[in-house]
Design a protein around this ligand. Structure first.
Ligand code: HEC
Length: 208
């Protein structure tokens, strides 16, 4: 009896804690949303979390293995490929996208005019990765990609993995901090193929 009461008490406390957690989450979301005003070129849709982001937020990027598997499978199913199905594009085009210090260009305010006025979105890879060994300004949130193709080869599986990883990083690492570049429309499938070539091609400076 005593044991049962203790268990009931523990369950009640846990439910309360979960409830408090949800309320806190909702409060934080409201606060963040209120700090952005529409009409200044912001992409307000980015404030709404999808199922994947909600799970990662609720679990502090550490979902249970079963949930993480369901998440990566769901993300993988969203990957789209270029119309001609060529996953290795032009590495020189890829280089421009990798170096582009922009992610999405959403502002209408200088110095960040909309994508259509200036060369499109960038990959902003150097914010998180070392890539070309000659470029010294690089972030280290992600692993170094210097020599990526030299180390990993250019086999069909590696080309496919690299393309898919760039298209949707969360198809592989459930709560990766890497942006879902294709999924979120930051880069188009053809552009992702160019970046894939930049990472893998033996001619690319990444592999020199
Ligand atoms: C906001 C940070 C961030 C940005 C921007 C970013 N990445 Fe990443 N990337 C990461 C992190 C963190 C990882 C490691 C976790 C993972 O695998 O998802 C990673 C992993 C990778 C991997 C897998 C490495 C491996 O060994 O398999 C590749 C390839 C990659 N990134 C390429 C890129 C390229 C190319 C760009 C730009 C188009 C880019 N990333 C932009 C953070 C970022």
């Amino acid at each position: 009896m005593r044991n049962r009461m203790m268990i009931a008490a523990v369950i009640a406390c846990t439910s309360l804690a979960v409830l408090a957690g949800e309320n806190m989450q909702a409060k934080i979301e409201k606060l963040v949303a209120a700090s952005f005003k529409p009409g200044e070129g912001q992409d307000m849709s980015r404030l709404v979390q999808d199922e994947t982001q909600k799970l990662c937020s609720a679990t502090r990027n550490n979902p249970k293995a079963k949930d993480a598997d369901a998440l990566t499978a769901r993300e993988k199913a969203t990957i789209k490929y270029p119309a001609d199905n060529k996953l290795m594009g032009d590495w020189k085009e890829g280089e421009k996208l990798v170096k582009g210090g922009f992610g999405m260009r959403i502002g209408t305010i200088e110095p960040d005019p909309p994508a259509k006025q200036k060369g499109g979105n960038g990959g902003n890879c150097y914010a998180c990765h070392a890539v070309d060994a000659k470029e010294v300004a690089a972030g280290n949130l992600g692993p170094s990609l210097t020599g990526y193709g030299k180390l990993r080869g250019q086999g069909e599986d590696m080309v496919k993995y690299t393309y898919e990883k760039l298209y949707n990083a969360q198809a592989f690492v459930a709560c990766s901090s890497m942006p879902r570049l294709g999924h979120n429309g930051i880069l188009k499938p053809e552009q992702i193929a160019h970046v894939t070539a930049y990472l893998l091609s033996p001619e690319s400076p990444v592999n020199k």
